[in-house]
Design a protein around this ligand. Structure first.
Ligand SMILES: Cc1ncc(COP(=O)(O)O)c(C=O)c1O
Length: 279
């Protein structure tokens, strides 16, 4: 596989990062995940804007992104992915710093790494829905930054996988925030409900696209707190993400809900989202 590393496209086997890179020492970095659909980078400008926000929030210098799209195009082409959907992972750490110190010096140069991988659409999950679990959200209070410090996400997702669940949905004191790698929304009486943007959730780009679709199709949108005790009220639920797309949720482990199978609004949103990706 060919990857982008610090200004060059090169073979993945030729890439080495020092153990003194602050990404390794402190999880000191940010990332983005962008989807390529033949032949478009989905919501590229929104992803670049969020990447810049994350970098600025962590005081990591923003690299020159003038030729960013050309780099992505070249990676897709040279990895023979032009005709298939692909996930693009962008990782930027604060960079190499020796000796190891918590505080960072201004002359540290960020480490910039991009990989692409073929995306195999999980048709079964998109069609029939997934089961999720609920856990308390123990993350820090800046979940709006797409930081590579993902230990709570990693551990919750690992527990989910061990139990045969696709995702863990977190809550803070009973109020739902988001999933380990997705935002969440619900439908009640043909209206959409989703937790409001705040420092407790990532401003998901799929979420934004879905809310725009709702406005276009006259589906009322409520960005409001959702308590785990009220889950029984909802007719539909979906998890949303660049990789997850719009995946119906049919069960919350251990909770009696009315979800059972994907509903009509989920189907409408999936259909319209697909058009935006492919047409
Ligand atoms: C914690 C978290 N929330 C939400 C999302 C969804 O964001 P997006 O739709 O921009 O991919 C992700 C995506 O990876 C995520 O990691």
């Amino acid at each position: 596989m060919l990857v982008f590393f610090n200004g060059q496209i090169t073979d993945q086997e030729k890439v080495f990062i020092s153990p003194f890179d602050r990404g390794f020492q402190f999880s000191d970095g940010v990332y983005e995940v962008i989807k390529y659909y033949p032949k478009r980078f989905f919501e590229l400008d929104a992803h670049i804007a969020r990447l810049k926000n994350s970098l600025n929030a962590l005081e990591i210098p923003v690299p020159n992104l003038d030729n960013f799209k050309q780099i992505l195009e070249e990676l897709i082409a040279r990895n023979n992915l032009v005709n298939s959907p692909a996930n693009i992972y962008i990782q930027i750490s604060r960079g190499y710093q020796f000796p190891r110190r918590h505080n960072f010096s201004p002359d540290v140069k960020p480490t910039f790494f991009i990989t692409v991988e073929k995306y195999l659409s999980p048709e079964e999950e998109l069609a029939n829905g997934v089961k999720v679990g609920l856990e308390e959200d123990i993350r820090w209070h800046r979940c709006d930054i797409k930081s590579t410090s993902l230990i709570p996400n990693v551990l919750s997702k690992h527990r989910a996988a061990q139990k045969g669940l696709s995702e863990i949905i977190w809550h803070r004191k009973g109020n739902i925030t988001e999933g380990t790698h997705s935002n969440i929304c619900f439908i009640k009486e043909n209206s959409l409900f989703t937790p409001p943007l705040s420092n407790f959730i990532l401003p998901g780009i799929t979420r934004k696209v879905v809310l725009n679709l709702c406005r276009q199709f006259d589906i009322p949108v409520n960005e409001t707190e959702i308590n785990i005790n009220g889950l029984k009220e909802f007719d539909e639920a979906m998890i949303l993400g660049t990789v997850t797309e719009i995946t119906p949720v049919i069960k919350f482990e251990g909770i009696d809900t009315n979800l059972k199978k994907p509903g009509p609004i989920c189907r409408l949103l999936q259909r319209e989202y697909k058009k935006l990706c492919y047409e």
